[in-house]
Design a protein around this ligand. Structure first.
Ligand SMILES: NC(=O)C1=CN([C@@H]2O[C@H](COP(=O)(O)OP(=O)(O)OC[C@H]3O[C@@H](n4cnc5c(N)ncnc54)[C@H](O)[C@@H]3O)[C@@H](O)[C@H]2O)C=CC1
Ligand SMILES: O=C([O-])CC(=O)C(=O)O
Length: 334
């Protein structure tokens, strides 16, 4: 039998060895922005992040100094505009919220953000070719293909390691369904598939016990609110940008889920916009659906499961738009 103090020592040793197996350096590119700052703070609090590398063309060293005072064990370093390569050295996960937020449609951002994301992806390909890339910068439906094409051209593309972060759609769906039904958010998890903009966002409300009961005008209004939740924030901010705090929460949530998968935890599943065979026969190369996350990133893409007639209709509207967005991204790099 162990004495209490011996048992404590064993438990400390276990904790130590398990945390020693979880050394993850994470970089945030765009860390000085509306999303980047709170995202960096939340990542600092994640016990699976041991080192945080904050980069921006403006202000990252200041954000890093600030975040570094938080009493969590990870180290934090900020990198100025000319220090991108240094910021990426040894990183396992790169989260990219760099770029401009929209004033009108997400597609308006294309011209500015396409080149920002392309250049950052090229640096990742050069310095941290095995990193997992989490793309937040909009339009996600096009920026993910852009990043993938850049990695392909550099000869380092592994589709298991490139993720479009669509978690905010899932977060909104859970919250909005809770508001409609009065059920606690713990019970209103909704899978959202497709892409990340308007009609390409397809919530599968029928897969949730509470969502199943929403019908008629209430169903249409709920679907619309999930698809256009970003607009609510853009309008309320009245020219000052788009969602930042809820997005930082969603980005940290997805990064934390991925890190659990990278650590070998079993059964880690989350929706993400990834290279997918689900609708490849219809020319849609990337698609967001539940994916199982493991030590190599995407281990398995789950099928959508049964759809109602309304969901089939939403999916039919999603696919052609999504295909166009993906092609636009690919054409930009070509
Ligand atoms: N995936 C999603 O669900 C969501 C995506 N977004 C997108 O996230 C992006 C960022 O939004 P915000 O943080 O609100 O914008 P922001 O303007 O507040 O911050 C963007 C940051 O990127 C930096 N930046 C610009 N070019 C850069 C480069 N070449 N390298 C590194 N940093 C660079 C800027 O200096 C700025 O600090 C936008 O494209 C927005 O549309 C926003 C909300 C949700
Ligand atoms: O609406 C936007 O431009 C930002 C975004 O992607 C979202 O809030 O879902």
């Amino acid at each position: 039998m162990f004495s209490r103090s011996a048992a404590r020592t064993v438990s400390h040793a276990r904790q130590f060895s398990s945390s020693a197996a979880r050394q993850h350096k994470v970089a945030v590119l765009g860390a000085g922005g509306g999303i980047g700052q709170p995202l960096s703070m939340l990542l600092k609090l994640d016990k699976n992040v041991t080192s945080l590398s904050l980069y921006d063309i403006r202000g990252a060293p200041g954000v890093a100094a600030d975040v570094s005072h938080i009493d969590a064990d990870s180290t934090v370093k900020g990198y100025a505009a000319d220090k991108l390569d240094e910021a990426l050295e040894g990183v396992k996960v790169v989260v990219i919220p760099a770029g401009v937020p929209r004033k009108m449609s997400r597609d308006d951002l294309f011209n500015t953000n396409a080149s920002i994301v392309r250049d950052l992806a090229a640096a990742v390909a050069r310095v941290a070719p095995e990193a997992h890339l989490l793309i937040i910068s909009n339009p996600v439906n096009s920026t993910v293909p852009i990043v993938s094409e850049v990695l392909k051209a550099a000869g380092v593309y592994d589709p298991r390691r490139v993720f479009g972060v669509t978690t905010l759609d899932v977060v909104r769906a859970r919250r909005f369904l809770s508001e409609v039904t009065g059920a606690p958010t713990a019970e209103t998890g909704v899978t959202v598939v497709g892409g990340h903009s308007g009609s390409t966002i397809v919530p599968l409300l029928s897969h949730n016990a509470h969502g199943k009961g929403v019908s008629g005008a209430a169903y249409d209004a709920l679907v619309h609110r999930i698809q256009f939740g970003g607009d609510e924030v853009v309008q309320a901010k009245d020219g000052a940008g788009s969602a930042t705090l809820s997005m930082a929460y969603a980005g940290a949530k997805f990064a934390s889920t991925l890190l659990r998968g990278l650590n070998g935890e079993k059964g880690v599943v989350a929706p993400s916009f990834v290279k997918s065979d689900l609708f490849a026969d219809q020319g849609v190369e990337y698609f967001s659906s539940n994916v199982e996350l493991g030590p190599n990133g995407v281990e398995k893409i789950h099928p959508l499961g049964p759809l109602t007639a309304s969901e089939e209709k939403l999916l039919a509207a999603c696919l052609p738009d999504l295909k166009k967005n993906i092609e636009k991204g690919k054409a930009f790099v070509a």
